[in-house]
Design a protein. Structure first.
Lengths: 218, 218
């Protein structure tokens, strides 16, 4: 897990403070997949560390050496995935930069990490500490990235300087949550054949976001 | 509960198919408040109909005469609130219509019904039937309303005809979810004193949404 080999893999150890012991990547991976599978079957309320350990083929002692509690396991795993926005490419155009940002976010949300995030959004309704972790893990990285995208576009003269540019992060994260978490099958988009819901959402969202930032869609 | 006396009250019986028995509004109201309170304490996984009935001061038999199950209770209650978008005013301007739409959605999400919605979004990650109910209850009414807002604006000549106008619903619902559910205190907005997070979000979002639709913010 020291390298990022596909878009849905957890952040590498050098980009994200390690939780638990990062030495045995295979076991970490098995625990992640088991966590997602148990959540899918039982929900957060029904998830037990014993069930996750059994599914991952490890002892509960092994699990507890990595994660102190159920909450620690689920939150820590989700944070590693959600924060994995990948490198920040400068594509040279606002449309290109926005497309990469949307694609990265859709990739996270459509993968196993997205399932965790989806569940944790609900848990955060009655767990303030978790709500703060999610803000840090989900929104803040997008806010930082979005700010850089806007800064470069303004510097190129593509768009006028923007008041409240951080709103872009809410539009990016929020519209993806709406499409990928709140709209089953995205059946309304008329594009259920072929590309994923995320790809269809990006194609439709991009012109709106470009206009919102004051640019003319190409 | 036959009339809507404040923005956070459930839909009136004539606008929303009744679930359970709508006759005793006081008891329905007590059950709603109890459901929210127990969810806040225990989460969805820990919520029992017995705990809700006790908190509401009714027997479990009374609860079961209204709601067949825990899921029925929580989902039915949330749907009644989420669908309560209020009347659809034609303010005569795109900005006015959008502001009303955002204000209604923020009102729902910041009230007790919003707490239910927040929890149910997480539950929907592993409950497909619930996911479909939420789509119907949260996204579809906004999609219908947003389509009417766009239609009127195009008819007035305020904006050009829009491809994929349904994206507006994702931007409205999603950005509100991002601000009110994913960003504790909306501390980043610099406006934690005075107006609610929802009011601050609307003020900031409105210019972006107007530009996204092809209008010039006033």
């Amino acid at each position: 897990m020291a390298e990022r080999t596909e878009s849905n893999q957890p952040a590498s150890a050098d980009r994200q403070p390690a939780r638990g012991r990062p030495r045995d990547a295979g076991r970490d991976w098995a625990l992640l997949e088991a966590t997602v599978a148990v959540l899918q079957d039982s929900g957060y309320g029904g998830l037990t560390t014993a069930a996750v350990a059994k599914r991952a083929g490890v002892s509960t002692a092994t699990l507890y050496r990595r994660w102190r509690s159920k909450e620690d396991l689920v939150v820590g795993t989700a944070v590693r995935w959600a924060s994995d926005l990948g490198p920040q490419p400068d594509t040279g155009s606002l449309e290109g930069d926005l497309a990469v940002l949307l694609r990265d976010k859709a990739g996270t949300m459509e993968g196993p990490g997205g399932r965790l995030l989806h569940v944790l959004i609900g848990e955060a309704a009655h767990n303030e500490a978790l709500a703060r972790v999610l803000d840090t893990a989900i929104i803040q990285p997008v806010r930082d990235r979005a700010a850089a995208v806007v800064r470069r576009a303004v510097a190129r003269g593509d768009i006028p300087p923007l008041k409240d540019a951080h709103v872009l992060a809410d539009l990016v994260v929020g519209s993806m949550v709406s499409r990928l978490f709140l709209t089953p099958d995205a059946a309304h988009s008329g594009s259920t054949d072929g590309p994923s819901s995320g790809a269809a959402a990006i194609r439709e969202l991009l012109p709106f976001l470009l206009r919102a930032l004051g640019a003319q869609p190409g």
